[in-house]
Design a protein around this ligand. Structure first.
Ligand SMILES: NC(=O)c1ccc[n+]([C@@H]2O[C@H](COP(=O)([O-])OP(=O)(O)OC[C@H]3O[C@@H](n4cnc5c(N)ncnc54)[C@H](OP(=O)(O)O)[C@@H]3O)[C@@H](O)[C@H]2O)c1
Length: 261
């Protein structure tokens, strides 16, 4: 399969690193304006860096991995090439309609991956109107990187905050949890909290219990764990989490509005 990757940043690196475990990427081509990041990533995953798009002919699909605000520049760089190819765009905040218009292409699937795709434990949300018939095969392709789910574009927009940003929320919580103790040193505490997360995640993913039942298994009436949970419940932690997500949604709408202007 011949795929052209545009951009060689954190997210394309995570996708290609995850894919490399099962796919031969020798026919994949990576382009970035600096050239340096494309060369580095191509060397890492066994792909080919391209410094000039004139040498690229008819890719099966084009993976767009730059930032949303860089899309008009990318359009100039493309200079009308690959209009017949399927575009797979991982850009947040820009609608499919806007991306089709800016890039002047016919078929585009929006994919919202998250960084754990690097370890084939990611989530990729997929949505498209213009390339509906290609969604099933792309869904199967992104399933190589973890969970892959076809959703409506509005759902992709909302759930990006859960799946795309989600890992950062867990890291922040883990850091604060480890930081609430004094025994050992910081790095040893962090090691413990990472293992607590790994074990808890296994219980969440592999066990069939609901999240509430899993919580109940750790607590006992009048015990220590429930004392902590009761404190957090009385302090309205759930409401704080919800309000934080609302702040993220508000910011997301602002960014969308800025990009449209
Ligand atoms: N990071 C996440 O967790 C995450 C999650 C979901 C979706 N995304 C989406 O993934 C995209 C990339 O994010 P990122 O975090 O990987 O950003 P990043 O690390 O800043 O990487 C951006 C890449 O785009 C390249 N680039 C800049 N202008 C370009 C152009 N005109 N044409 C082609 N490539 C260009 C840059 O090239 P140089 O290396 O030469 O500067 C760089 O390699 C964003 O649209 C973001 O919304 C990110």
């Amino acid at each position: 399969m011949k795929v052209l990757v545009l951009g060689a940043g954190k997210m394309t690196e995570a996708i290609l690193t995850g894919l490399k475990k099962t796919e031969n990427l020798s026919e994949w081509m990576i382009y970035s304006p600096s050239g340096a990041s494309a060369q580095k990533l191509a060397g890492k995953v066994g792909a080919r860096a391209v410094l000039d798009l004139t040498s690229v002919k008819n890719p099966d699909w084009v993976l767009v991995g730059c930032k949303p605000q860089q899309l008009p520049d990318l359009k100039n760089i493309l200079n009308g090439r690959f209009k017949e190819s399927l575009f797979i765009s991982i850009l947040a905040a820009l609608s499919e309609e806007d991306q089709l218009k800016i890039l002047e292409v016919k078929e585009l699937i929006r994919v919202m991956p998250n960084l754990p795709v690097e370890f084939n434990e990611g989530i990729s949300l997929l949505a498209s109107h213009s390339a509906k018939t290609r969604l099933t095969s792309m869904h199967a392709f992104f399933a190589k990187l973890g969970t892959s789910l076809i959703v409506a574009e509005s759902e992709l927009e909302e759930l990006t905050l859960l799946t795309g940003s989600g890992p950062a929320f867990f890291y922040e919580f883990a850091r604060n949890l480890a930081g609430s103790f004094e025994s050992l040193d910081e790095s040893a505490r962090e090691k413990l909290v990472r293992q607590v997360f790994k074990g808890s995640a296994k219980g969440m993913v592999d066990g069939g219990d609901s999240l509430a039942a899993l919580t109940d298994k750790v607590t006992s009436k009048g015990g220590v764990t429930i004392a902590v949970l009761n404190y957090w419940r009385e302090a309205s932690l759930a409401q704080k989490i919800k309000s934080g997500i609302e702040a993220g949604k508000k910011r997301s709408a602002e960014i969308r509005a800025t990009l449209r202007n």
